[in-house]
Ligand binder design. Structure first.
Ligand code: ACO
Length: 448
């Protein structure tokens, strides 16, 4: 990490009364920087004064070693397979709570009491309606549009209907945050369902007061004016779990994007619209689609998964087992464990089992006993099971990431709130310039 003449040394003063510092020796001079210790003992070196003191910056392509903020929302220990929202274990939340309650927890920091939950729910339901003018916007999109492009555009447009909440004046936007949060949680679901209906050329379906958040999403997607779709409780529960498990995941690509946009002072609507764009990529929110594409390809090849696992060990990136491995989790992804159990319950009640499920289970079984995967700590990640569950519910593949966005909305809102209420300056990383050195302009007739 450190070039010629630069040496880093961590001094541990934990046993003494002095606070911990880290010392850098740069060009022969020693510089001390404070060590910040997180709630769970995670350590970071506070280098905010580094460039001013030394003229040096740090280089960390991909930010894998860079803490871009302090946050009190989510804790992950990838080595131990731990994920907690606001201090609560994900396993306990998945078992005892539901998406809307967890959304409240993530945004406000505490579990709601009964009255708070009822009022939060009512606000979400009460804000489900979409302004009639927005219906016209859908007519402007070709049916072939990707739903993530529509979702991002429509979330940003939504701010135009609430100009007093999307002012880019911090104080004013914060004053309306409670209502803006419920508008977004409610309308991201409506916009997703409307996009689905528009692409099919079917009329939009309005939500119903008596339905849960997830049942309403399915109703708005799959009901027809002449025939109601009624979600089975197992389906409602499985979708609830998927949204709950995606509600936040610390400083990933899309959440960092939301914080980056927010750091410039942009309003909540604009910031979450940017988050949707960041989530769209196949290395981030799009991986759940890749799992299904892989399982379908294995099925179409007449393989039961055994041949594919062998090929995945070749080291060829294009043959990787999609839905396996994780940049942070070097142990079982706790979300995958929960979804695996949920998928078993869901599939046991299905009359005609999905052939890709058998392949998925076989892949996991083969990989779990194969040295290659054991040595490299490659376990199924959340995308492995979420894609299979969504497919079994009837969600089309290109909507998988849209559902991920619905789940992630509380996390984006909470992260926007941390930036908006904090003192962090605009996010503006530096770079190491490696382009041409200074040179003179060459007139066009002299260019070879
Ligand atoms: N299948 C086969 N081999 C794999 C896989 C896989 N899915 N993942 C990693 N490996 C192997 C690599 O070939 C490498 O082997 P080597 O040591 O012999 O060279 C070793 O494991 C380490 O691989 P890295 O790419 O360095 O691991 P990293 O932690 O950087 O990558 C990643 C994590 C990108 C998720 C990777 O495991 C992968 O590509 N998985 C498949 C895609 C996927 O499921 N993505 C979703 C992630 S979850 C999310 O974003 C919500």
């Amino acid at each position: 990490m450190f070039s010629k003449g630069v040496r880093a040394e961590l001094k541990d003063y934990q046993s003494s009364i002095m606070s911990e510092t880290a010392s850098f020796t740069i060009d022969g001079t020693v510089y001390d920087y404070p060590v910040i210790t997180g709630t769970e003992g995670e350590k970071s070196i506070d280098i905010r004064r580094l460039r001013g003191d030394t003229g040096y910056i740090t280089y960390d392509d991909g930010y894998a070693n860079t803490g871009s903020c302090t946050s009190s929302i989510t804790f992950i220990d990838g080595e131990k397979g731990i994920l907690r929202y606001r201090g609560y274990d994900i396993e306990e939340l998945a078992e005892k709570s539901e998406f809307i309650e967890v959304a409240y927890l993530i945004i406000y920091g505490e579990l709601p009491d009964r009255d708070q939950l009822v009022s939060f729910r009512n606000l979400i339901l009460g804000n489900a309606a979409i302004h009639q003018s927005m219906f016209h916007s859908f007519a402007g999109f070709p049916a072939s549009s990707h739903p993530m492009a529509i979702l991002s555009a429509m979330l940003n447009s939504l701010g135009c209907y609430y100009p007093h909440m999307a002012t880019n004046n911090r104080e004013q936007d914060l004053e309306h945050l409670d209502i803006a949060a419920t508008i977004l949680i409610s309308k991201v679901r409506a916009l997703a369902a409307m996009t689905y209906r528009m692409k099919l050329g079917r009329p939009f379906i309005y939500p119903k007061g008596q339905l849960s958040y997830c049942s309403n999403l399915l109703h708005m997607m799959f009901s027809e004016p002449y025939a109601d779709y009624t979600a089975r409780s197992r389906v409602d529960r499985a979708l609830n779990l998927i949204l709950l498990l995606h509600a936040d995941h610390e400083q990933n690509c899309s959440t960092s994007t939301v914080r980056m946009v927010a750091s410039g002072g942009a309003n909540l609507f604009a910031s979450v619209a940017a988050g949707v764009c960041a989530l769209w990529g196949p290395a981030h929110g799009g991986a759940n689609m890749a799992v299904i594409e892989m399982l379908e390809a294995i099925h179409n090849d007449g393989d039961d998964g055994t041949r594919f696992v062998e090929a995945a060990k070749s080291g060829d990136r294009s043959k990787r087992l999609m839905g396996f491995g994780h940049r942070v989790y070097k142990n079982y992804d706790p979300r995958a464990k929960i979804l695996k159990e949920a998928s078993k319950k869901l599939f046991s009640s299905m009359r005609k089992p999905d052939p890709v499920l058998a392949i998925a289970l076989k892949l996991e079984e083969v990989a779990a006993s194969d040295e290659y995967f054991i040595e490299r700590k490659l376990y199924p990640n959340v995308d492995f099971y979420s894609g299979i569950i969504m497919r079994s519910i009837g969600i089309p593949m290109e909507f998988f990431t849209v559902l991920f966005s619905i789940g992630r909305m509380p996390g984006w809102i909470a992260n926007w709130k941390e930036v908006a209420t904090g003192k962090s300056p605009i996010h503006r990383p530096r770079q190491v310039y490696i382009g041409s050195a200074r040179r003179k302009f060459v007139p066009i007739e002299q260019r070879g």
